[in-house]
Ligand binder design. Sequence first.
Ligand code: ZN
Length: 159
Amino acid sequence: MNSISFIRNLFLLSLVVSLLTVFLGANPAQAAEKDCGKELNQEYKAFLKKLRAQNFKTGAASGSGKAAKAMTKWLQKVHKEVVAHENAHKKASGKWGGTIKYKNYTWWNIPYAVAGCHIPKHGRPLEVSLKAALAPKEPSKWDLENAKKIRALLKKKKK
Ligand SMILES: [Zn+2]
């Protein structure tokens, strides 16, 4: 294989990959499932940022008992909020409620859920998806983006 045909093959391959991405991304329900890993990672990163601020505030890194207690209390609060958030998505999905994936942060050997993602069962109607996206007390950036996409699809369907 000469270098020109190699470059041409590389070009064709990248074309196929990008077309595939567009095709797979066309179904919003599939896109939501596909993005779970990305969502978890970004939420986890946002958590680490908050953790650093919290560390600074409480001085937990100094190792004092009081500071460590404050950190534990904060992590318990985060865990509770994350679980409640994902359960709200699941509950609002009704019979389409699926599985919840969590990303944990371990502090003194205890894992705390600090990021979550609900994967509904297949076939959830758009109306239910919209309700589920906005079900948590504080919908995330992802939830709001998702709701916007669903609203646009519902509008298209009604026309
Ligand atoms: Zn959410």
